[in-house]
Structures are given as C-alpha cells and as structure tokens.
Design a protein around this ligand. Structure first.
Ligand code: 5GP
Length: 202
C-alpha cells in the first residue's frame, strides 16, 4: 500500500543519545533503512568502515561533492560529513523508510532538496545532563567536550525549526516517542498508494 518510504532526519547535540536511540530502532522497527554517512574524521575504537561510516580522505570526500553524489554535506567540528544519495533513494523507492542521523546544517539542506522529509530533534533534559553524558561516555578529550558543548548551544537554538522534538531523559521512552513519530508519518496519504486503496471500494 506504500508508494514510497519516508525520509526521517534525526538531529541533536553530540551526547543527546541519537546513536543509542538509532541502535534501538534498528532492532525494533521493521523495514527501516539507516543511511551510512561519509566522513573525513578518523574512526573511533571499534568503528568499522562501511558500517558506522565510510571513512574517506579529504580529496575522496571532495570528489563526492564535485560528482554530486551527496544529498547534503557539512563541516562538523572541523571534519566533513555527508549523506550518499544513491543508496538512500533506492531504499525510499522500494517503500522503505530511511533514517538519517545528521547535524542541523545537513538537516536543513535535506529539507530544501526533499521537502516531504520529517525532522526530529533529540534533546537532553538539561545542559548539565548533556555535559554529564559527554564526560561519561569517555570517547572525547576535554577540549572536544568543550567544543561539543559550545556547538550544542548553537544547535539547540534551531529546535523551533524542526517538526518534532523528543526529550531524551530516559532512553526507552525517547525511543518509543521517535517510533511513534515514524508510525504516525507512515499514515500520511501522500506516501500511500491511495489509488489501489480506493480501487477496493469501487
Ligand atoms: P560523530 O563524529 O560524533 O560520529 O558525529 C558528529 C556529528 O556529525 C553528529 O552531530 C552527527 O549527527 C553528524 N553527522 C554524522 N553524519 C553526518 C552526515 O552525513 N551529514 C551531516 N551533516 N552531519 C552528520
């Protein structure tokens, strides 16, 4: 009954829990395709090329830009990040929802190119909670954490431009809220094959 999938963008400051929630959704939501971004940042411990990101050199990333292979791209904390267009379009055309976990600059580029997309902003309940998470996960240096907190203040100002806001005080509840958005958006008539549906009433 679906003509095509929905493009769902989730953004939020580093440490807001996007990764954890996306992993939970990956287990729970059938037919959800997770876009794998390209980046010039170095892999963290345990990250695999082609699974967590496509880890590229700067020239290779710039080739993707000039070859028009990216739906969006941005400079985040001094590294390039971008969304390869082709796999995402293929998934949408086969009726699968596609999830992008990208920053706010990228989210607005996606909205410009693909106005039917859904933007979800994930936000921790307070700055103190955000700082606590960044320090506890132990993946970033003190300088990185300071930079991420400053960046978070700017990003949070964009929350009013998103379609949905999910407060991540408790991961299970936040995951349920994001899933509720995905399910509600699946009922939009624009994504359904209304002709086939109406045919059954003739
Ligand atoms: P991290 O280096 O912690 O994995 O990601 C840093 C930031 O880059 C996060 O806010 C993440 O959402 C964002 N990001 C990851 N992939 C992309 C992408 O393809 N495009 C954009 N614009 N941002 C991305």
């Amino acid at each position: 009954m679906r003509k095509k999938g929905n493009l769902i963008v989730i953004s939020g400051p580093s440490g807001s829990g996007k990764g954890t929630i996306c992993r939970a959704l990956f287990q729970e939501v059938p037919d959800l395709h997770f876009s794998v971004s390209a980046t010039t940042r170095k892999p963290r411990h345990g990250e695999k090329d082609g699974v967590h990101y496509f880890f590229l050199t700067k020239p290779a990333f710039e080739n993707m830009i000039t070859g028009d292979e990216l739906l969006e791209w941005a400079d985040v904390y001094g590294n390039y990040y971008g969304t390869p267009t082709e796999p995402l379009m293929k998934a949408l055309e086969t009726g699968r929802d596609v999830m992008l976990e990208i920053d706010v600059q990228g989210a607005f580029q996606v909205r410009n190119k693909y106005p039917g997309c859904v933007l979800i902003f994930l936000i921790p309940p307070s700055r103190a909670a955000l700082e606590h998470r960044l320090r506890n996960r132990g993946t970033d240096s003190d300088d990185d954490i300071e930079q991420r907190l400053r960046w978070a203040e700017k990003e949070i100002g964009e929350v009013v431009n998103y379609d949905y806001v999910v407060i991540n005080g408790e991961v299970e509840k936040a995951t349920r809220d994001v899933y509720a958005v995905i399910k509600a958006e699946r009922c939009r008539p624009a994504l359904l094959d209304i002709e086939s549906l109406l045919h059954k009433y003739r």
